[in-house]
Design a protein around this ligand. Structure first.
Ligand code: SF4
Length: 350
């Protein structure tokens, strides 16, 4: 892969952005997709496009518009991010940490995105960035900042360095995290120069967003290796998606594959109730079944938390298969193989 600094911009410029280009490539019918792409933008990078084997496969489902996106009437913002924003683009839900939406662009516009209401809709302006920094500097309880968007790693290196430098200048900011799907969708963006910028601002954590084993390939693995070699801790957030990864075997392969490329699986998210994404939702029982197939069968390192982000901005709740039961004063624990074992708990010994 070329490390030419402008290579990733060229790749972005070469991305597919219209149903007609898709039709040319796959022989599909563009007309039904036009209204969808007008409402929710379409962009697929050459790398991500190359991962599609056949129309309708798990990669296709994640990036190609579907007319059903226009059919559901769920909320645009079920997690109430807008009302939890003291200044535009800064979500302050928990006391000690904030999510800061520093970019609105993404390399690929994921069809299941929980921020469909705002991604692909213009750049964040400098005024709201100053307002966010003033809020952060004036709120000493905040010690952990998650840069999100959009994709923060689509910002130019200099802009990112300036932003990170201004955050590091705030004494109470201890941890900076970046959420990005670029290692998956535009791995050439992870240049040595970018890694040099990022490593100046430790402790820095990156959460990647891999959803399917096919997204783990030599290009994405090399991008993650460059980040890991820069001393950056890598975690991964996966969204549980119908027709993409709602299968224990697929999830097992994804989680073990992530560990092999030096990424620690962190969360599996239940799909949020976001308008335009209902066709991706699975039942919660599906998620519990997947967790039961991971826990104990794989190393604990490869086992993420399965979480539901509560509507109304009430925060994340971990969901587990039932391992603990109390019955007639006894504590009963279920092993990963389903065996029920009585455990002596000092709190309930008579
Ligand atoms: S990369 Fe993230 S923010 Fe961007 S479209 Fe995909 S899920 Fe949404």
């Amino acid at each position: 892969m070329s490390f030419n600094e402008s290579q990733w911009q060229k790749s972005l410029a070469a991305a597919i952005t219209s149903p007609d280009e898709l039709a040319e490539r796959f022989g599909t019918e563009p007309e039904p997709l036009r209204a969808v792409a007008n409402r929710y933008p379409l962009r697929i990078t050459p790398h991500y496009l190359s991962l599609i084997r056949i129309p309708g496969d798990p990669i296709w489902r994640q990036c190609v518009p579907d007319p059903v996106e226009l059919e559901d009437d769920q909320s645009e913002d079920p997690l109430c991010e807008e009302s939890l924003s003291p200044v535009p683009g800064l979500i302050h839900r928990y006391p000690d940490r904030v999510v800061w939406l520093v970019a609105n662009e993404c390399a690929v516009y994921c069809r299941f995105c929980m921020r469909k209401r705002r991604v692909g809709c213009g750049r964040t302006d400098a005024t709201s960035r100053d307002a966010a920094l003033n809020y952060l500097a004036g709120t000493p309880a905040i010690r952990d900042i998650i840069l999100s968007g959009g994709d923060p790693l689509l910002l130019p290196d200099e802009e990112l360095a300036d932003l990170l430098g201004r955050l590091r200048a705030i004494p109470h900011v201890e941890i900076i995290r970046i959420g990005t799907r670029v290692p998956v969708t535009l791995p050439e963006r992870i240049t040595p120069a970018l890694c040099q910028v990022l490593k100046r601002f430790h402790p820095l954590y990156i959460n990647t967003h891999f959803n399917h084993p096919a997204e783990i390939n030599p290009e994405s693995a090399a991008a993650c290796a460059r980040l890991a070699d820069a001393g950056i801790q890598l975690g991964n957030q996966t969204v549980l998606l119908r027709g993409v990864n709602d299968d224990p075997g697929v999830m097992r392969s994804l989680m073990t594959g992530l560990l092999k490329i030096r990424i620690r699986p962190y969360y599996i998210h239940q799909m949020d109730l976001v308008r335009g994404t209902g066709h991706f939702r699975t039942t919660v029982d599906c998620g519990i079944e997947i967790m039961a197939s991971l826990r104990g069968h794989l190393s604990g390192l490869a086992t993420p938390y399965y979480v539901i982000d509560l509507p109304g901005g009430k925060g994340k709740v971990p969901v587990l298969p039932e391992y603990v039961r109390r019955q007639n004063g006894k504590l009963l624990l279920r092993s990963y193989l389903g065996e029920v074992v009585e455990y002596s708990d000092p709190a309930i010994v008579e």
